[in-house]
Design a protein around this ligand. Structure first.
Ligand code: R5P
Length: 284
């Protein structure tokens, strides 16, 4: 078995390879003069764990090419972040179900899929092959425990994220709760005021994704108004579109942490061990 990472997922791929005590597939990435992607792998093994987050169109194409280059081996696709997963239904007439389109394309050429904290696990059916989703609650709880928080309140910014917040809180017997969010536009959300025991206490908001930061900005302002002294933000997938960091700091966020599903300066904990464990448990 070898582990192959796309260009943007090389660090995570190397950590997964290390946890599995297996080799990394060498891959050379470049582009043709007209900017089309090109890649060339070293010798394949009989099994390949392909690790590639879809963060944009380039990473999607690169992942498709890597899967094709590995077609002589039995492949497990680890999809740390699946872009387009949030368009998981046709909200308006004429729209694509983007999650289905992406899943159908990626599902060809691999035998199984392992996603991480996917927006809605319902989209896994579109891969048309065995697919499971990993929830890294233990990693987040471990990261929080080693970060020195004392009796934090683990807060989900909406009801959809509450199960994740509860799973994290359960690991260390912390309190947890959720806010009620209504999305007004791509960047703006409204939150119902809620009386929470936040006065003089560290609050940790946990979410699957931080994208524009709109959700966190609104939640943080509300929590500070209620007397919270520290508001920390932790997500699995740190997208951070333009201006997000500044907007979060200006709203009074104490610090921001994300996993390495999308590798960036915010990546402060890794999901590699859970992925390796899931692969070992499945005995691929
Ligand atoms: C929404 O359902 C997700 O769980 C996140 O809350 C959302 O994607 C965060 O986006 P933003 O940072 O743009 O508010």
């Amino acid at each position: 078995m070898k582990v192959a990472g796309t260009q943007r997922s090389q660090i995570l791929a190397s950590r997964i390879a290390y946890s599995l005590d297996t080799a990394l597939l060498s891959i050379r990435y470049s582009r043709f003069p007209d900017s089309e992607h090109y890649l060339q792998t070293g010798p394949l093994d009989d099994q390949t764990v392909i690790v590639g987050s879809v963060t944009d169109s380039d990473s999607f194409v690169q992942l498709l090419l890597l899967i094709d280059a590995c077609s002589d081996s039995e492949n497990t696709l680890v999809l740390p972040y699946m872009g387009y997963a949030r368009q998981d239904k046709q909200f308006k007439e004429g729209e694509p179900v983007s999650a289905r389109a992406v899943a159908m394309a990626l599902g060809r050429g691999v035998e199984r899929v392992l996603s991480v904290q996917i927006h809605d696990s319902g989209v896994l059916v579109h891969f048309g092959i065995p697919a499971e989703n990993l929830t890294p609650a233990s990693e987040v709880a471990r990261f929080l425990s080693t970060s020195g928080y004392s009796d934090p309140l683990i807060l989900a910014p909406d009801e959809g994220a509450h199960a994740f917040a509860a799973a994290i809180a359960h690991e260390a017997d912390w309190d947890h709760d959720f806010l009620v969010k209504t999305r007004i536009s791509g960047e703006e959300v409204r939150m119902e005021p809620k009386n929470l025991p936040v006065s003089s206490r560290a609050v940790v908001i946990v979410d699957d994704i931080i994208s524009t930061g709109g959700t966190l900005v609104t939640a943080t302002r509300m929590l500070h108004a209620q007397g919270a002294t520290e508001v920390h933000a932790i997500c699995v997938h740190g997208i951070f579109t333009g201006g997000t960091y500044t907007a979060l700091l200006n709203a009074g966020i104490t610090d921001i942490s994300a996993s390495d599903t999308i590798e960036s300066v915010y990546s402060r904990y890794s999901i590699a061990q859970s992925v390796a464990q899931a692969i070992e448990d499945a005995d691929y």
